[in-house]
Design a binder for this molecule. Structure first.
Ligand code: NAP
Ligand code: GDD
Length: 323
């Protein structure tokens, strides 16, 4: 029988790729979107997909329960979040309400309405914050010392998932995903900001790019690879938490060097620093050890860092060639 998936954050980067992936596997795909005054743009990433949508908000418990009763999902993917780390310092209350209390709202609806379903929580490497193991990696056992309202809210979500799993014997699992990108990434995240800016400079449409901290390190993978991991985590007999990462780390500076270099440019001639893009507290270094999901669930990413960046560059070149 056709399985039903219920996705929050369905119109976001991951929600859109996950929808396409689950549709390709024969799922009925459902989800909630928030009310927004510009409805067309809000649904750009999921335009034309044969999915069922209702209005809902993670902060509005009644709307979550309504959707859960209507869709009766077999698998629940809680991807909805205020997902921008720097902006979480500007709107900390909204961030915590959505990313922390929103998870509790989802878990309670799951527990009372469809307790036999499976639940995936979009947890994050930002939860590790300033903690790094001695060998230079973060993994499932690394302590969590978050350094942003976003990271703090995600730690609550992570822990309440584990609590509900243990207390009520629910299938609830965390994917602890490191940064993942794509042409569908919001253009105020660093990779897409750099790629878009560099393509504009290469075409003479801009002459500089204002950045924040160039010396933080991130472990960047492709969203398409990471949504396969989400699905895999829910196909197991036992709910467990998994780190999903490439295991490679690069600085923002190195990423700029690659992207501008691909376009025949020297990033140093164009990139300036604007303090407005710095963070009140920076997370300087992320590198994930995803041995558990690779060995136990046989997850293998298909994209390299270079393939990912090249795809994003081609995307922006295509957009500007049709303007
Ligand atoms: P994204 O593109 O920002 O998508 C987030 C989605 O959540 C958007 O559709 C957004 O809708 C929705 N949303 C925001 N507030 C909501 C609320 N109160 N109620 C219901 N929906 C709400 O993020 P993403 O990159 O796809 O990430 C998906 C999830 O994975 C997020 O939980 C993120 O924190 C987590 N994560 C991401 C990464 C990464 O590197 N991408 C890594 C680790 C974890 P609007 O457009 O209406 O705001
Ligand atoms: N956004 C942004 N804009 N980041 C910049 C800039 C800039 O102009 N200049 C430097 N950076 C640096 C940030 O300070 C950070 O160290 C790094 O680039 C990455 O920033 P983002 O791309 O905004 O991502 P993030 O690492 O803060 O958060 C993303 O990854 C988390 C997983 O670790 C988000 O997707 C989170 O939702 C996710 O949980």
């Amino acid at each position: 029988m056709k399985k039903t998936a219920f996705i929050t954050g369905i119109a976001g980067q991951d929600g859109s790729y996950l929808s396409e992936y689950l549709l390709s596997l024969g799922y009925r795909v459902t989800g909630i979107v928030r009310r927004n005054s510009t409805v067309e743009h809000q649904r750009d990433r999921i335009y034309g997909l044969p999915i069922e949508l209702e209005y809902g908000d993670l902060i509005d418990q009644g709307s979550i329960e309504r959707a859960m009763r209507l869709f009766k999902p077999d698998e629940i993917y809680n991807l909805g979040a205020q997902s921008h780390v720097r902006i979480s310092s500007d709107i900390p209350h909204f961030t915590v309400q959505t990313n922390a209390m929103g998870v509790l709202n989802m878990l309670e609806a799951f527990r009372h309405i469809v307790p036999n379903a499976k639940f995936y929580q979009a947890s994050s490497s930002e939860m590790f914050g300033s903690a790094v193991d001695e060998d230079g990696y973060q993994r499932e056992t690394t302590p969590m010392h978050p350094v942003s309202p976003y990271g703090c809210s995600k730690v609550f979500g992570y822990n309440i998932v584990r609590h509900h799993r243990n207390a009520y014997k629910l299938f609830a699992a965390n994917g602890i995903l490191f940064n993942h990108e794509s042409p569908r990434r919001g253009s105020n995240f660093v990779t897409n900001k750099v790629v878009k800016g560099a393509v504009e400079i290469s075409l003479g449409l801009a002459d500089k790019l204002e950045m924040g901290n160039m010396d933080s390190f991130r472990d960047w993978g492709h969203s398409k690879d990471y949504v396969r991991a989400m699905h895999l985590i829910l196909q197991q007999d036992k709910p467990e938490d998994y780190v999903v990462a490439t295991g490679e780390t690069r600085s923002v500076r190195e990423m700029c060097e690659y992207v501008f270099g691909k376009l025949g440019l020297d990033y140093q001639a164009y990139v300036t620093q604007n303090p407005k893009f710095l963070r009140p507290e920076e997370l300087p270094y992320l590198r994930g050890d995803s041995k558990k999901i690779r060995t136990e669930l046989k997850w293998v990413p298909e994209y390299s860092f270079e393939n990912l960046m090249d795809e994003m560059i081609a995307h922006w070149q295509e957009i500007y060639s049709t303007k």
